[in-house]
Design a protein around this ligand. Sequence first.
Ligand code: IGP
Length: 261
Amino acid sequence: MNILEKIIADKEIEVKLRKKLIPIEQLEESVLFDRETISLSNKLKNSPSGIIAEHKRRSPSKSVINQDLNVFDVAKGYEKAGVCGMSVLTDGKYFGGSLDDLLIARASCKLPLLRKEFIIDPYQIVEARAQGADVILLIAAILSKDEIKYYSELAQSLNLEVLLEVHNEKDLKKSLFDSITMIGVNNRNLKTFEVSLETSKELSSIIPDDFIKVSESGISNVESIKELQQYGFKGFLIGENFMKTSNAGESAKEFIEKLEK
Ligand SMILES: O=P(O)(O)OC[C@@H](O)[C@@H](O)c1c[nH]c2ccccc12
């Protein structure tokens, strides 16, 4: 089994358990369920920098990135830095995150929040809504075309935006639905962890213009962003580069200042 297959096998067990513990009807009673969501795609359209900053404690590729920062400070710091949105990893076993992280981020800032999760069941989409997310990630590599259509339409009906993640042309081909606003090209191969910004550049020309292009992973300098902007990218998802420092918000602030100069 490769790492992605392992993550999915564990996720199936986890979701089954969660569904038993908290029935979907109960999620729909959350006070956050009817809150007005905030559009990430609108922010990206109108921003010169387009940074989506991530909260990520560890990852299978890097093990520990940072266990000392608290979500409250990170969210406040990112907001102060002027990012367009915040991504919160909610997977526990492989990334050290939780749904509580999402809830705390929600309570700490007014940024659009992306629930960064391996979504394999509609239950997790309702859960994202109930815990204060504005955007969900759908990963094309782990979903069928029918699932992508169904899940993105469900998200849309809950006023959640969808960032659809692709790794190659095959992923992209099965993912072009009206219910999706943003396409994210992951520069990291989730099976081998290899990172190459070339992936974004190569796929940029075949992403139709009606989708906002986001480049994800392995971005550590403003030069890369300036280059990717030439290929039509409007959003840039950055985790480790900020999280590995002792003050993620301050790092994001310096980065954005340099980028917008
Ligand atoms: O820390 P980085 O290299 O800046 O990457 C952030 C983000 O793109 C990455 O965490 C990510 C992109 N897609 C994912 C899917 C699942 C888990 C994590 C991810």
